[in-house]
Design a protein around this ligand. Structure first.
Ligand code: C5P
Length: 292
C-alpha cells in the first residue's frame, strides 16, 4: 500500500518583520500563498520498523538532516507507531531558495503518514509538531492563502488570492534562511506597512491592489548579502510586480496574462537564470485536510 502526497511551493505576498524576539527568532506578519509548483512524495509501508528515505536529487541528505525524515520520526515517536515506511521524494522545488520546499515536504510527510498509519488528525497536536519542524511548516499543512503571525507559525486562513501566473527566477546559488535574518538591521524593518490594505485587496480580489501592496522586509538584508539578487529583481520588476520570495534568492513576478509571464521567462532564460513558470494554487480541503 502506498500514498502519494504533493508538497506545494509558497511565496510571501507580504512579509513584515515587527521585531526581534528573546528566543532569537523574528516576529512576523506575513501573507503566504501556495504555488502549483510541487514536489511529490510516495509513502509506502515496509515490514521493517524504520524510516527509509530516498530522493531523486543526490545532493539532498536522506537521513535525520532531511526535514522529511525528522517529520516522520517525530510523528512515529509521538504516536508510538510500530510500523516502518519508505518515503521517496521527487524534487521539483529548488532547495534553499525561499520557496519553503523543505517545509512543504515535511508537511506533506505528516499528512501522508497520518493516512498511511491511520492516525487521528488532531489538528492542534499536528500543528504543534509542524511548528517544531520549522516556522513555515504549519502553513504548508493546508496551503492556500493564509496569514502567518508569531514567527510565521500561527496561521489564519484568508480569502483565496485571485489567480496569477507566477514567474520564478533565481541566480542558482543557495541562501540559508538564517543568514538573511542574521543580517537584518532594525532600520530594515522599523517602518510602516499596510497589511490591512493587502487583506482588503485579497477580499475584493483586486489584482492591481494586491500587486501594489507586495512587500518583503527581508529584501534589504538579502540584497546586501547578495547584490546579484537585487539585479535580478530589477530585471523582473518591469511591471512593478516582482518581489523577493521569503529569504530568497528566488524572486517572483505576478502576471494576469500568461503571454506576459512567458515573455519575461524567455528573457530570463536567455540570461541563463534558473526559471519556472507556475501559477497561484488553492488546494481543495476535504474533511479538514487538503485533497487535490
Ligand atoms: O523556523 P525555521 O527553522 O525555518 O527558521 C530558520 C532560521 O531562520 C531560524 O533559525 C532563524 O535564524 C531564522 N528565522 C527568524 N525568524 C523567523 C523565522 C526564521 O529569525 N520568524
Amino acid at each position: 500500500m502506498f500514498i502519494l502526497e504533493k508538497a506545494y511551493a509558497k511565496i510571501n505576498l507580504l512579509l513584515a518583520v515587527t521585531g526581534k524576539r528573546v528566543d532569537g527568532y523574528h516576529q512576523l506578519e506575513t501573507v503566504y500563498q501556495s504555488l502549483a509548483l510541487h514536489d511529490t512524495l510516495k509513502l509506502t509501508k515496509i515490514t521493517e520498523d524504520r524510516i527509509v528515505l530516498t530522493c531523486d536529487d543526490d545532493h539532498l541528505p536522506v537521513n535525520e538532516d532531511n526535514l522529511v525524515w525528522r517529520a516522520a520520526q517525530k510523528l512515529k515517536l509521538l504516536y508510538e507507531v510500530k510500523q516502518g515506511v519508505h518515503i521517496h521524494l521527487e524534487k521539483k522545488i529548488p532547495v534553499a531558495a525561499g520557496l519553503a520546499g523543505g517545509s512543504s515536504d515535511a508537511a506533506a510527510t505528516l499528512r501522508g503518514l497520518v493516512h498511511l498509519w491511520q492516525l487521528p488528525w488532531e489538528e492542534e497536536v499536528i500543528t504543534n509538531l509542524a511548528a517544531q519542524l520549522g516556522s513555515d511548516v504549519p502553513f504548508c499543512l493546508y496551503g492556500g492563502t493564509a496569514l502567518g503571525t508569531g514567527r510565521g507559525e500561527k496561521i489564519t486562513r484568508l480569502p483565496q488570492c485571485p489567480p496569477f501566473y507566477v514567474v520564478l527566477a533565481n541566480p542558482g546559488f543557495y541562501v540559508p534562511t538564517a543568514s538573511v535574518y542574521a543580517a537584518l538591521r532594525p532600520d530594515d524593518y522599523s517602518r510602516e506597512y499596510d497589511l490591512a490594505g493587502m487583506l482588503a485587496a485579497l477580499k475584493t480580489k483586486n489584482c492591481r491592489q494586491i500587486i501594489s501592496h507586495l512587500l518583503n522586509m527581508l529584501e534589504p538584508a538579502a540584497f546586501r548579502l547578495h547584490p546579484a539578487v537585487k539585479v535580478l529583481k530589477t530585471k523582473m520588476n518591469t511591471s512593478g510586480s516582482a518581489l523577493l520570495s521569503g529569504s530568497g534568492p528566488t524572486v517572483f513576478a505576478l502576471f494576469a496574462s500568461r503571454a506576459e509571464a512567458e515573455k519575461l521567462a524567455q528573457v530570463l532564460l536567455r540570461e541563463r537564470y534558473k526559471v519556472w513558470l507556475t501559477e497561484t494554487f488553492q488546494p481543495h480541503v476535504v474533511g479538514g485536510l487538503p485533497n487535490d
